[in-house]
Design a protein around this ligand. Structure first.
Ligand SMILES: NC(=O)c1ccc[n+]([C@@H]2O[C@H](COP(=O)([O-])OP(=O)(O)OC[C@H]3O[C@@H](n4cnc5c(N)ncnc54)[C@H](O)[C@@H]3O)[C@@H](O)[C@H]2O)c1
Length: 332
C-alpha cells in the first residue's frame, strides 16, 4: 500500500536524513509543514509537494492522509503527536517524543486507548552493527546477557559556555536510555553515577545500571569528543563470548577459541573463533547503516497494524523516565 504522509518539520534532520530515506519506501509525500517559510519552500520544491502549511494543526486536520511524520523538537512532538492521534492518524515522532515523561505518558495513554500506532525514532536499534548484535544476542548461541559497556559521545557544539544540559540529555542521551535496555535485555532498575566537568558545557558522565533481566551496564556519555571521529562503542558480554560494535557498523563476535601458540596446526575455526563484519563503504549501493530507512520501513508496517518491531511511544516513555531518573542522580 502507498502511504500518504503529511510531514511536519523541514529542518536539518528531516532534510538530511529522514526524508531522503522515507521517499525510497512506498510513500507519497502528500503535504508538508514548517513554521519557517524558507525551509517549507525548500522541501516542497525538492519533493514536488504542492500542499504546504505553516500551521501544523491545519496539516493534521487535512483530509486524505494515512499518517503523519515529524522532526521538530521535544515539546512539539508530544503536542502535535497528540493532535494527530486524537484524529486517529498514525504518527512517526523523532526522538525525543516529548520534553518530559508526563507528556509522553499522556500521549502513550491516548495512543493505547485509541489503538493508534505511534512510532518513536530510536534508529540506533536499526543501525546495521547494532542490529547484527541484537540478532546474535537473541539467538540460542549467545545465552543470557551478563553485562553491557557503552561509550556514546558528542561534542560541546550546542552547549558551549552554558551549563544547560537539557539538549544533551533530551537529544543525545535519550538514545542510550532506549538502546541499553533493548540490547541489555531488561528495563533500567538501579542507577548510580559519576561526573567529570571540564568547564561549562564540557561534561563527561558515567552511569552504572542494573537491568531487570539480570545484566549490569556501564555507560559513559559526554560532550567532550569531536564529532569528526567515531563516537560510539558497545560491548555486550555473555558467558565466554561477547559482541562488540564500533561506530554502529563494525561488529566482532568473540567466542570461545582454544589457545593457539602451542598448536602448530592452528587455524581459525568456524565454530569457536571470532567472527567479524564491517560494511563495504565503496559499494555503489545506497545503504543506510545508521538505520533510518529500516526504522521508517518498520514504521510503515506499524501504521498498517502489520507485524513490526518499530519502537513505540511506550518505549519512548520508558526512555524518558530512565533519563529523568538519571538526571536526578546526576543533579543536572
Ligand atoms: N535520530 C537522530 O539521529 C536525530 C538527529 C538529529 C536530530 N534529531 C531530532 O530531530 C528533531 C529536529 O532536529 P533538527 O536538528 O532537524 O532541528 P531543526 O531546528 O533543524 O529543525 C526543526 C524544524 O522544525 C520547524 N518547526 C519548529 N516548530 C514548528 C512547528 N510548531 N510546526 C512546524 N514546524 C516547526 C523549524 O522551523 C525547523 O525547520 C529533534 O527532536 C532532534 O532531537 C534526531
Amino acid at each position: 500500500m502507498t502511504h500518504r504522509i503529511g510531514w511536519i518539520g523541514c529542518g536539518t534532520h528531516a532534510s538530511q536524513m529522514l526524508l531522503p530515506q522515507l521517499v525510497q519506501l512506498d510513500v507519497e509525500l502528500a503535504a508538508v509543514c514548517d513554521t519557517d517559510p524558507g525551509r517549507l519552500a525548500l522541501i516542497a520544491r525538492r519533493y514536488g509537494i504542492r500542499d504546504t502549511y505553516t500551521d501544523a494543526t491545519e496539516l493534521i486536520a487535512r483530509k486524505g492522509l494515512d499518517a503523519v511524520g515529524m522532526a521538530i523538537g521535544p515539546q512539539a512532538h508530544s503536542t502535535l503527536g497528540l493532535a494527530a492521534v486524537e484524529r486517529g492518524l498514525p504518527v512517526f515522532l523523532e526522538k525525543p517524543p516529548a520534553a518530559n515523561s508526563a507528556d509522553a505518558e499522556r500521549l502513550a495513554e491516548t495512543a493505547a486507548r485509541k489503538n493508534v500506532p505511534v512510532v518513536v525514532g530510536f534508529m540506533k536499534r536499526y543501525a546495521t552493527g547494532n542490529r547484527i548484535a541484537a540478532n546474535i544476542l537473541s539467538s540460542d548461541d549467545f545465552g543470557p546477557v551478563l553485562g553491557l559497556m557503552g561509550w556514546y559521545m558528542t561534542a560541546p557544539t550546542y552547549f558551549t559556555g552554558a551549563r544547560d544540559y537539557d539538549g544533551f540529555f533530551l537529544h543525545h542521551c535519550v538514545h542510550y536510555m532506549d538502546l541499553v535496555p533493548f540490547l541489555g535485555g531488561g528495563a533500567i532498575e538501579e542507577i548510580s553515577v559519576r561526573t567529570a566537568e571540564n568547564g561549562p558545557g564540557r561534561l563527561l558522565i558515567h552511569g552504572s545500571f542494573t537491568l531487570s533481566g539480570g545484566a549490569i551496564a556501564s555507560i559513559a556519555m559526554g560532550t567532550v569528543q569531536s564529532r569528526g571521529n567515531p563516537v560510539e562503542f558497545l560491548q555486550i558480554t555473555g558467558d565466554h563470548q561477547r559482541v562488540e560494535v564500533d561506530n554502529v557498523a563494525d561488529v566482532i563476535w568473540y567466542r570461545d577459541p582454544p589457545f593457539k601458540a602451542d598448536n602448530a596446526d592452528a587455524v581459525l575455526a568456524a565454530e569457536t573463533d571470532a567472527l567479524t563484519w564491517r560494511p563495504n563503504l565503496t559499494a555503489a549501493a545506497n545503504e543506510d547503516h545508521k538505520g533510518y530507512r529500516a526504522l521508517l520501513s518498520d514504521a510503515l508496517a506499524a501504521f498498517e497494524q502489520a507485524p513490526s518491531d518499530a519502537p513505540t511511544i511506550a518505549d519512548g516513555l520508558a526512555a524518558l523516565q530512565a533519563l529523568e531518573r538519571l538526571r536526578v542522580k546526576l543533579e543536572l
